[in-house]
Structure formats: C-alpha cells, structure tokens
Design a protein around this ligand. Sequence first.
Ligand code: FAD
Length: 308
Amino acid sequence: MAVLLIADVNDGHLATDQVGKALTAVAGLGEVHVLVAGLGGDAAAAEAATLQGVSKVIFAEDHAYCHGMAESTAALVVSLAGGYSHITGAATAFNKNVLPRVAALLDVMVMSDVTAVIDAETFERPIYAGNAIQTVKSSDAKKVFSIRTAAFAAAGAGGAAAIEKLAGPGEAGLSAWVEDRVAASDRPELTSAKVVVSGGRGVGSKESFAIIETLADKLGAAVGASRAAVDSGYAPNDWQVGQTGKVVAPNLYVACGISGAIQHLAGMKDSKVIVAINKDEEAPIFQVADYGLVADLFTAVPELNAKL
Ligand code: FAD
C-alpha cells in the first residue's frame, strides 16, 4: 500500500502545517509520497522532503498546475493513481476542488473531512454539523479522501526524502486561470492561526468590529466571525467560522457576542481553549467555553485591549 498526498502550495511554499497534519493522519497506512505541483515549486518540494514520514516527493513542474487549477491537477493525479491505494490531502479549498474530481475520474467514492483513519478501509468523519461521527468503510479499490487537519498534530521536520521530477499530462484544456483576488492581510491565515478572535451579531456594526480587530492584533490572532455577523455586513465573508464557513482549531479561540449556535460550534469546538464573552449567561457558547465572561463586550473587550 502507498499513499499519494496532494500538497497545498502557497506562493511557492508548502502549507507545512496542513500537509504535516495530513501526513500524521495517514502515517499508519504505508509509504507516503507527497505530490507538489506547479511552476516554481522547488522550495515547496524541498520543504515537503524534510517532513518526517515522507518517503518520496513527486514534483510536477508545469505551468498547468499553477493557481490550483483543479481540472489539470486532477488529470495529473489520475495519471499517477495506478501506483497508489490511497489518494488524499488536507481538506482545504484546493483539495476540496481536486479530490472529488479525482474520485469521479477513477469512478470511486470520495470521503470528505476524515477525522480518524481506523484502518486501510475504514474512516471516521463528522456529520450533522459535527453532532455525530460517521464510520465509513469503503470497498473501492482506491480510497480517495480529504482530511480535516484540525484533528491531528503536525508531523515534524527531520526527514530527507528524495525528490523525483515528473512531467505530467499538462493542461487539461477545460479551464484557464484569469486572476486571483486575494485579500491582503498582515494577520495570520484563519484556518492555521494559533489564536482566533471572533465577533458575532452582538458586535452590532461594521464600525464596532474594530475593537475585535484590535484585540486580535494585540494577540497576533486571525479575526473570525459568525454567520450572523457576516450576513449583517459587519465582517467579510472569508472570516466566517462554522459549518458553512471555515473550520478552525487554534490553541485559543475568543468568541465575543456569539451565542454558540451548533452551526458555529461545528467550526470551532475543537479549539484547545475557548473563551466566551457574552452578556447573556444562558448563551449556549458557555457550554463549550473553558473560560466564560458574562459581560457587555463593549466594556470587557476595550478593557482587555487596554490591559494587553
Ligand atoms: P446571535 O445568535 O444573534 O447571538 C448574538 C449573541 O451576542 C447573543 O448571545 C447575545 O447575548 C450576545 N450579545 C449581544 N450584545 C452583546 C454585548 N453588547 N456584549 C456581549 N454579548 C452580546 N453560523 C455560523 O456562525 N457559522 C456558520 O457556518 C453557519 N452555518 C449555518 C448553516 C446553516 C444551514 C444554517 C441554518 C445556519 C448557519 N449558521 C451559521 C447560523 C447559525 O444558526 C446562527 O444563526 C449564527 O451562528 C448566530 O450568530 P451569532 O451568534 O453572532 O448571533
């Protein structure tokens, strides 16, 4: 058995945290080969080679695989599939685009958001917004699945795998990259941040969100938001945490003016330490919080900011 792990690459560098965690998830399944695809991915390939548990890095250097184009990347993965029993990657936007396409081309099922690998055929994944865990057994010849990385610790460095260059099938001709519009931010990326400070409907307006952002900046944190805050226009869409937003599991999650609906909890309840600030002592967020402060956030957060 061998595993092909599709690496996420950002600006020519490996998304080390995501790839390292995915690596830990599949470590018990056999040899792991990491696929790095795209022009200028030398640094990413070298970074992948140093991760503990990687037996080989396959580096497909072609313009076709830049910008995470799913059609061409899926064709590349399918061209390699013969040698692998398992094809996987972290459940990122990139892999969520590529893996279902790979599964369809191979005519197998895709298992998404795997949180535990029980054995070579059996996997666990959350359903009903994380309120139940489903155990899935696949009899497909090849298992294709994405990994919810929040459930795993990242593999460390110290490896020295060989890097094999490969010429893939190139452009699939089904799509063309036009542009990426990336929101510029000095803050850490939400899904991999060690600290996240989120605001909900209780923050009340876009202008008031500044106190949440100040707290985040003082803590070196990413900023998150509930869907109600996003829908009300207080925060941009890409800050949404939850079932239909991003799934985060930082060391510290600070929820301000968020009630704690199950759809929000689905995106943050695996955080190591949860702090909730809410003026309603009955708010469900306090059931998952390690530290709860029953207070008006407009008093508590500026006070916290001043102390920090
Ligand atoms: P509310 O529930 O309105 O809570 C606001 C809280 O702020 C209250 O607890 C209140 O006591 C407190 N508050 C008010 N003023 C203050 C103050 N001055 N100081 C302190 N506390 C104050 N939600 C998500 O977040 N993410 C998702 O991905 C998501 N996906 C969904 C998917 C589906 C299919 C559905 C149906 C819903 C989804 N939701 C999601 C919405 C979810 O059900 C809730 O409506 C939403 O999370 C509520 O956001 P909130 O906690 O900010 O607002």
